[in-house]
Design a protein around this ligand. Structure first.
Ligand SMILES: Cc1ncc(COP(=O)(O)O)c(C=O)c1O
Length: 408
């Protein structure tokens, strides 16, 4: 999107604000589809956790996407957006048996990642087909908080537990119709991905009734100019060849599934916040914005990089700034960052704000969460109003101590 379009949206809808460019979501979806065009049956299940706004889910539905969900609430959002239950996979971690049963009763594909629940579920519901999340013990992912396939990870059933897993399947008579892995986010090296895929193929061959193999996600997108990204075309070529050979060996045409979050929505998003104060200290110049990690937690949570541009003064002289938020703790979006000269009142644009930004936002410091806008066919549509103080207090029940004390 053009910076003048973004500025105009802040004038129309206020700030801070998240803006998502539908065209980018569409082009990323088509790019992935195109990379795997030689797979007979491909299914892309968008990872709802990345950005769960109903209008975004509906946009992805139009493209033919399914959904990857991790909570019953995400399943409900998917159904509300018009997805049929068969287009939804549910991959929870550490949730109760009751929630899993509730989701299964809706007709959604269940993906189980531990032996205890697998045994309980298989015993009670042997006829419900189940996918199994395998932990291939491959160290993939951009940093330790988003690497989930390694030996110490809480996710998935270890490949070393295969004998136990197979015993549960045979004892309960349950049907395993899918095998899944998700090794982590921000994977740079496709060879690591392909290595983990090999482990998954070796596991898959041991099950006779598979309908699909789900390779999860973790594709890295660029965060700045010249940044490395997952080579999706190369992965498409290599994995397609291997997958098609596997289907021949397996003796049936399986569906290849992915569940990307970041790949589909990260680059579509812009977060726009106004500079409240420019503060020169003895060591640095701070630009303090009308926001904080309550709205964009990724830099504080994973040290993630968001390119920041002063869209009110895009051609100004560059200076170095620390861009900080208003939360009363360390709240740094970027340190020592070269940005065109900032004046109080300017609008800063944070790039790659589509994935894990609004969906991780909170009301910390009793702040409201901003509005969301979808830029669709050259027009901005408000897809979530900004919260008000009423939203902060809505669920609170205020005790009346005067009445209580008088009753004693
Ligand atoms: C099981 C599962 N699938 C898919 C994703 C999406 O990953 P990404 O946003 O890196 O594509 C995640 C992210 O945490 C996940 O846990």
């Amino acid at each position: 999107m053009e910076t003048n379009q973004l500025l105009a949206l802040t004038e129309q809808f206020g700030n801070p604000i998240y803006v998502y460019d539908a065209t980018k979501i569409q082009s990323q979806y088509h790019k992935l589809e195109q990379a795997f065009k030689n797979v007979n049956s491909l299914r892309i299940n968008y990872a709802v956790k990345a950005l769960s706004n109903l209008s975004v889910l509906k946009l992805l539905k139009q493209l033919g996407s399914g959904l990857d969900t991790v909570s019953i609430q995400e399943v409900q959002l998917g159904l509300m957006a018009g997805y049929s239950p068969e287009k939804i996979i549910y991959t929870p971690n550490g949730v109760s048996m009751e929630e899993i049963e509730e989701v299964a009763a809706l007709g959604v594909q269940i993906n189980i990642d531990n032996l205890s629940i697998l045994e309980q579920f298989g015993t009670k519901h042997p006829k419900t087909p189940v996918c199994i999340r395998i932990n291939p013990h491959v160290m993939a992912g951009g940093n330790s908080n988003i690497s989930v396939g390694h030996i110490d990870s809480k996710f998935g059933i270890s490949i070393h537990q295969m004998p136990h897993l197979l015993r549960i399947v045979s004892n309960t008579g349950m049907r395993i119709n899918g095998i899944h892995m998700h090794t982590g986010s921000d994977i740079l090296d496709i060879e690591v991905f392909l290595y983990a895929a090999e482990i998954l193929f070796n596991t898959a061959i041991q099950f006779k009734n598979l309908e699909f193999i789900d390779f999860g996600s973790g594709f890295k997108v660029p965060y700045k100019a010249d940044d490395i990204e997952t080579d999706i075309e190369e992965l498409g070529k290599k994995l397609t060849k291997r997958f098609n050979n596997f289907c021949t060996e397996y003796g049936s045409e399986l569906t290849l599934c992915f569940e990307p979050g970041k790949f589909l929505v990260s680059q579509s998003g812009y977060f726009l916040a106004k500079v409240n104060v420019v503060k020169q200290t003895t060591s640095t110049v701070f630009a303090g914005v009308d926001s904080g990690f309550n709205h964009l937690i990724r830099p504080m949570l994973y040290n993630s990089y968001h390119h920041i541009q002063n869209i009110s003064n895009p051609n100004g002289k560059e200076r170095f700034y620390s861009v900080v938020g208003y939360i009363c703790e360390t709240d740094t979006f970027a340190g020592n960052r070269r940005i065109t000269e900032i004046t109080e009142g300017d609008i800063l644009c944070f790039y790659n704000a589509g994935a894990y930004c609004f969906s991780m936002a909170s009301n910390y410091n009793s702040r409201t969460r901003p509005a969301e806008v979808l830029w669709y066919e050259n027009q901005g549509y408000l897809i979530r109003e900004s919260e008000t103080f009423d939203d902060i207090v809505r669920k609170q029940i205020v005790m009346d101590f005067d009445v209580l004390n008088a009753a004693v």
